[in-house]
Design a protein around this ligand. Structure first.
Ligand code: HPA
Ligand code: ZN
Length: 342
């Protein structure tokens, strides 16, 4: 079989297998066309002259250069319908790409800081999530993420304000500018969230050093690490992650766009997988980074020698590392096994 037809067979398999996505920021799914139409709707002056001009601005040299545009973009989200539309568009994409379960981060402080309250965004999200459940069969969990460039007191207040919506939330997370904002800054709020019964995740080892991954594990007691690709620099950490099967939610196109790697052919996801770590593929902020979940897989197929077995393992890991009940995990894993008997 030619290399081309081998690759297209792998891409078909990626489309066909039921998948979970575990690292996705809903604000990062805001497509330029929706940003443009919401700006028009609310009479907001954007510093762009067209939808294409917005798209062309998405060239980043590090995490901060992206975050600046990401927070600016989120300013067009003003009313309940906007949040519904944002969430609904992403969940339709999940349906298209055969993502059967997704665990979505949202950043309350991005909205509350500009006077948009939980009572605006949560009902908008809820309406889209309920509709997706009944009309598309996509299941959704939410992860409330704290902005780490803000204070821990602000995170504590953010968790408290979410109280009327706790039943909609599965986990808390930690995102935004990593360097100089170590996990240790958020020990108290993670301890409270843990004692309230929330699952815990944190971005670490994206731009930050392996030490931040250790802190997320030892001080925040996280269930998963978001990104974590810099763990490979610390052999002791690698051994720990393997032994305890701590999931790393890796985001290839994000790493490329934010210059964490110079070229996709240098991405370490296959090394992490071959070292026995529980890694899987995610899209992070698909509108900004040039692709949703399947496009992240396709970029790996194009640039790394990924086998069918690797793909099945990555996708099975997405199910195993999710916060779904064990019975549901088992059902999806069995379905994957039927499609791809090993
Ligand atoms: N890293 C940190 N914060 C973020 C990201 C990311 O990749 N995406 C959205 N917020
Ligand atoms: Zn992220």
């Amino acid at each position: 079989m030619s290399t081309y037809s081998k690759m297209s067979k792998l891409k078909q398999l990626i489309q066909q297998l039921p998948k979970a996505e575990l690292h996705l920021h809903i604000e990062g799914t805001l497509e330029p066309a929706l940003m443009w139409s919401l700006a028009k709707k609310h009479n907001i002056d954007l510093p762009f002259s067209s939808v294409e001009d917005i798209q062309n601005a998405y060239q980043f040299n590090n995490l901060q250069s992206f975050l600046d545009l990401y927070y600016q973009g989120a300013d067009v989200l003003r009313d309940q319908d906007d949040f519904f539309e944002l969430m609904w568009a992403y969940l339709c994409k999940c349906h298209e790409q055969n993502i059967v379960h997704t665990e979505i981060m949202f950043d309350p402080q991005t909205h509350t800081q500009r006077g948009i309250t939980y009572d605006v965004f949560m009902p908008g999200f809820a309406k889209a999530i309920d509709k997706a459940k009944t009309e598309l069969g996509v299941s959704v969990y939410l992860i409330l993420s704290f902005l780490r460039h803000l204070s821990e007191d602000s995170a504590i207040a953010t968790l408290q304000e979410a109280q009327p919506y706790y039943s909609m939330i599965t986990a808390v997370g930690l995102d935004s500018a990593e360097l100089n904002n170590p996990p240790s800054k958020f020990q108290r709020v993670f301890a409270s969230a843990g004692s309230l019964g929330f699952k815990l995740v944190a971005h670490a080892g994206e731009e930050g050093p392996p030490e931040y991954v250790w802190e997320a594990i030892n001080l925040l007691k996280v269930d998963r690490i978001d990104h974590g690709v810099r763990s490979i620099e610390d052999p002791k950490l690698m051994a720990y992650l393997k032994q305890h099967q701590v999931p790393l939610t890796v985001c290839p196109l994000s790493n490329l766009k934010l210059c964490v790697v110079d070229d996709m052919s240098e991405h370490n996801i296959v090394d992490l997988l071959n070292d026995g770590l529980c890694v899987m593929v995610n899209s992070d902020d698909p509108s900004y980074f040039g692709g949703y979940l399947n496009e992240n897989f396709y970029a790996l197929v194009d640039k790394l020698s990924l086998t069918e077995q690797d793909i099945v393992k990555l996708i099975s890991n997405s199910i195993s590392a999710s916060f779904l009940p064990e019975q549901q995990k088992h059902e999806w894993l069995t379905r994957i096994q039927h499609i791809c008997p090993s």
